[in-house]
Ligand binder design. Sequence first.
Ligand SMILES: [Zn+2]
Length: 381
Amino acid sequence: MRAPCCFTLAPPSQGRPPQPPPSGGPASPAPRRLPGGGGAAPGGWRRLLTAWRPRGTRSGGPRAGPCPPSATMSTTFVSVLVTTHRTVCLDDEYEWKGPFYFIQGADPQFGLIKSWAVGDTNNGDDEWKEEIKLTEQAVQAVNKLNPKPKFFVLCGDLIHGMPGSQWRKDQERDLKNVLKNTDQNIPLVFVSGNHDIGNAPTRETIDNYCKSWGDDYFSFWVGGVFFLVLNSQLYFDSSKCPELKQAQDVWLNEQLAVAEKHKCKHIIVFQHIPLFLREPDEDHDYFNLEKSVRQEIMEKFHKAGIKAVFSGHYHRNAGGSYRGLEMVVTSAIGCQLGEDTHGLRVVVVTDEKIVHRYYSLDELSSQGMEKELLDMLAKQI
Ligand SMILES: [Zn+2]
């Protein structure tokens, strides 16, 4: 694979002009501001990021195909996927070149361990030392992996403090301080959870999330595989922002049309709330989507040929399948609500299948991936 070209992210005040696409793609739209890029203060989050800066991305409408090979990667300390018009196309990434893998984590949820222990999940989240340690361990485990994963996705509930709550800013700051130690060659992908934008999100809570972590829904290509990141709160309760739910629905239909037209190897979805935990027709509760909403989405995903949905939210491992669509529910990096260990999921994508395994943080940092998975990666097309 041709390596994307790299450059150092300039401080905001010295705004670097957009680079021409390396291979003649259309002119780039203005790059989206980096997540959390509010101030120009030295040492701010903005300047600690590395961004995949898409060049020549199109607006993702039904006419839009995969972008021409024209992405660049900017480099400082940490990679974060930064989208333009909710789509990212990286240099040559829409072509299949052989097996690869990525890491999925969920629910670092800074503050839940303490609030769960004291029995006050509304206001008991005034400490998160344990989550800091666990997330540091997760980052170190990911950094040690060889070969490197294509990316590290965090499937929501980054922090525990709900919008407007007391400790939210401090929790976000501390999480970012831990994540900035992620290997700069392993881009981070963020998914919004109910604690990030509220159980019934509003335009304001979603806007605030986007400023801090990037778009709440977007798509990207890696190695011929089409990935969709969805805002599952819009399926859970969109009563305070019905227009945003509608916008995501329209966008999703457009994306699925693009996927169909361009024959990607697989389509994989990331969202915080699972469609279901074990059975497609199980009763609705806090941890899954309402049955009629779920049914509609499952059928849409099945028809579009989506292979797997990866989620978190349950703080336990679970999963099932619906007509060939696999639902994967991954336990938390942070607080466990069942018998699982704090951990991460390794997901290997081959031309035929998607194989995944959950590892405890201890296991992954001390032993890495199993030989069986490494062997799958070694198989070339
Ligand atoms: Zn959640």
